[in-house]
Design a protein around this ligand. Structure first.
Ligand code: KG4
Ligand code: ZN
Length: 338
């Protein structure tokens, strides 16, 4: 079964053809990074306009590169939420029009769950597993029992992990996208130069799996003096290494707690921040866990993860009507935190 996946929730205009939820026949990603870099962040109106200009070419190229024609496509999957409303609408409207014109079944996909599906495009991973979804807009630690059977265990109570990277990088003008810039700089720095506080969050006396980035972000931006070790130079590289360590250690700490407490030994990460070099090395050091990451090319937004996830939904008979609307909200998990 060949599924065309379309993704336009943020600043990547992407389409892919994936066979049987696993074999990537094509994966076209047209990034708008250069345009948004000027503003040090995604400008929603510019994103929507560029998606509208690019989407036809991106989809055409995905089908061409897959060596097939629209007649060979069995279904269409598209990111319907969450994301920037105007950006989502471009991909969704395109997918609906294509489904209507060709009579192919189509289904809307949750972008966050698609990120968690990305590692399954490259590895055989059995459910259940503990999932870590870390992107520019979302941070979730969850138990996954199926492609869309997710129980949220922990989340951020304020900023998303990627957002914290982006904001710190923006403040110090380290580069754009911030997470990529900090990752690169951190490799030349020494995290011992600066020790940032890492919070533990409690509900009553019970430690939770939640994380919080606003304090760390503020510490990195405003209260630098007290955290620096005077024996180390105050370089951008040292700052990047220390911030990255604090941000990732907080996340991995809660993730490891969730794995230990649930007795589930398989951990799967997805989303832009799952590309982080330090995060990958920290998790891989845990021999007691089986850790899976998406290949680097599938950490960020792409159509393959949408097509892959869409395959499972379409195969079991899920269909969306042409009245499906885009939503900036993440809702749509079967189970939510109790
Ligand atoms: O999943 P994604 O491409 O888009 C969203 O759905 O948000 O994630 C983008 C986020 C950005 O915040 C970016 O700075 C971050 O992922 N990111 C990274 C790295 N590469 C991208 N953060 C840390 N280290 C990286 N290597
Ligand atoms: Zn994303």
């Amino acid at each position: 079964m060949r599924i065309l996946g379309i993704e336009s929730s943020c600043d990547e205009c992407a389409a892919a053809v994936v066979e049987d939820g696993r074999t990537i026949l094509s994966n076209i990603i047209a990034t708008q990074i250069e345009v948004h870099a000027r503003w040090n962040g995604v400008v929603p109106e510019l994103a929507s306009r560029m998606h509208a200009e690019w989407i036809q070419d991106v989809v055409d190229k995905a089908i061409l590169e897959a060596g097939c024609s629209m007649a060979d496509i069995d279904g269409i999957a598209v990111t319907a939420r969450p994301g920037l409303a105007g950006a989502l609408l471009v991909g969704l409207s395109f997918a609906k029009a294509l489904a209507w014109a060709t009579g192919k079944p189509f289904v809307g996909v949750n972008h966050i769950l698609a990120h968690l599906y990305a590692p399954l495009l490259a590895s055989d991973i059995a459910y259940p597993f503990i999932g870590l979804i870390v992107s520019g807009g979302h941070t979730l630690i969850c138990r996954a029992d199926g492609v869309d059977d997710i129980s949220v265990m922990g989340t951020t109570i304020d900023d998303a992990a990627g957002e914290a990277f982006d904001k710190v990088a923006k403040h110090y003008q380290l580069g754009y996208p911030g997470g990529v810039a900090i990752d690169r700089l951190a490799r030349q720095g020494d995290a011992r130069a600066c020790r940032f506080p890492v919070p533990f969050l409690y509900k009553g006396k019970q430690k939770t799996y939640d994380v919080s980035y606003s304090g760390l972000k503020t510490a990195a931006i405003r209260q630098l003096d007290q955290f620096w070790n005077p024996e180390y130079p105050r370089t951008d590289a040292n700052l990047a290494a220390a911030f990255e360590k604090a941000a990732v250690d907080m996340l991995c700490g809660r993730l490891l707690d969730a794995a230990r407490d649930s007795g589930i030994r398989t951990v799967v990460a997805g989303g832009g921040v799952a590309a982080n070099t330090y995060l990958r090395s920290v998790l891989q050091q845990h021999d007691e866990l089986r850790c899976y990451f998406p290949p680097l090319a599938l950490c960020g937004d792409n159509g393959a993860m949408v097509a892959g996830m869409g395959y499972h939904l379409l195969q079991r008979g899920d269909r969306d009507g042409l009245d499906l609307n885009a939503s900036p909200r993440v809702a749509g998990f079967r189970k939510l935190k109790g």
